[in-house]
Write a protein that binds this ligand. Sequence first.
Ligand code: GDP
Ligand code: MG
Length: 372
Amino acid sequence: YESLSVGELANKLGREPSEIIKKLFMLGVMATINQELDKDAIELICADYEVEVEEEIRIDVTDLEIYFEDSEEVEAELTERPPVVTIMGHVDHGKTTLLDSIRDTKVTQGEAGGITQHIGAYQIEVEGKKITFLDTPGHAAFTTMRARGAKVTDITILVVAADDGVMPQTIEAINHAKAAEVPIIVAVNKMDKPSANPDRVMQELTEHGLLSEAWGGDTIFVPISALKGEGIDHLLEMVLLVSEVAELKASKNIRAKGTVIEAQLDRGRGSVATLLVQDGTLRVGDPIVVGTTFGKVRAMINDLGRRVKEAGPSTPVEITGLNEVPQAGDRFVVFEDEKTARQIGESRAGDALQEQRVEKTRVTLDNLFDQM
Ligand code: GDP
Ligand code: MG
C-alpha cells in the first residue's frame, strides 16, 4: 500500500485506531485517525505487529468475481444450457409437494425414485431437455445467495394455493424475483380442492404486476395439483418455453465456475459441498477456490448419488476435497494449477479473517450505541 490513513490501517490490522495512534506516539509521531501514513510508516507499524506487508497483489475477499466474470467465454464455444429453477411461495401453498412430485415423475435416466441422494438440487429431463431444480427452501436460498451477490436462478415458479390466494410470502417471493430480474411462472396449485378459486389468484396478482396472458398480460399461469400430479407436464413445458426465450448459454470447454448451494462437515468425508456449475466443466482433480477456502476436487457425486468424473453447465454436484466448509452462496472458480489455487485461497482466507475482526469491532461499537 502506498498510503493509508491511521483508521484504514487499524481496520486492516483488526486493531483499534487508538492503539495505532499510541504506537505511533511511541515512535515519535503525533497522529490523528484521519492522518495519511506513508509506506515506511505503514511498514514500521506492520513490523511491530509482525505482519508482513506483502509485495504481491493481494486479492480482496469479494474479488473472486474478477475470475468469475473473466473473458474466457470470448474464445469459448457457447452452447445451450439447462435452466436453473427455484420454487417459491407462501408456506403450505405446496412448494415441497411440487418439488417431490416433479422429482418422482421425471428423474433423469429413468431412474427409480425414492433412494435419490439429497444434495440440495436435482435435475430432470423433459422432452430430451434437462431442467435443474434447487430444492433448498426457495426464500432462504434466494436471500442468502442474493445477499452474497450470487445469481443462480434463471426461472422462478411461484406457487399460489388456489384456495388461499396471495399471502405475505407470495408478495415477498415476487419482490425477490423482480429484484433479481428472474422471470416468474405462476403455478396455481391445489386446483383439486372444491374451494379452489383461480380467478381470485389472477385478480390478486395483477395488483403485484403479474398480469396473466389470458387477460392480455405476459405472465404464464398454469393450474396444477401438486398432490395429484396434475398439470405438472404443462408447467414443465412452460419452463422450457421461458428458458428458450431467455437463450441461456454456457461453455463446456472452459474451467468451471459457479456457486455453492449448500455445504456441511461430514464426519467421514470432511468438508462436503454441493456446487452448481454455472459455466465450464468441473472435473475430479481440479484445483479449486471456493469462497475463502480451496482444495482439489477429490470425488464428485451427482443428484442420484452416483460417482461422476465431470459436471457441465447447470449441473449440481456434491464434492469433497476442500480444506474448510464454505458457505451457501460462495462462488467457486477452478484454477489451472494447485499452487495458484492455494495462493489465492490462502490470501482470501487471510482477508476474510481480517474482515471478521473488523466486523467484530463494528459490532462492539454498535453494542456500545445500543447501550447508550
Ligand atoms: P410448502 O410449505 O409450500 O412446502 O407446502 P407443502 O408442500 O408442505 O404442502 C402443504 C400442505 O398442502 C400439505 O398437507 C400438502 O399435502 C397439501 N398440498 C400440497 N399441494 C396440494 C394440492 O395440489 N392439493 C391439495 N389438496 N393439497 C395439497
Ligand atoms: Mg415445504
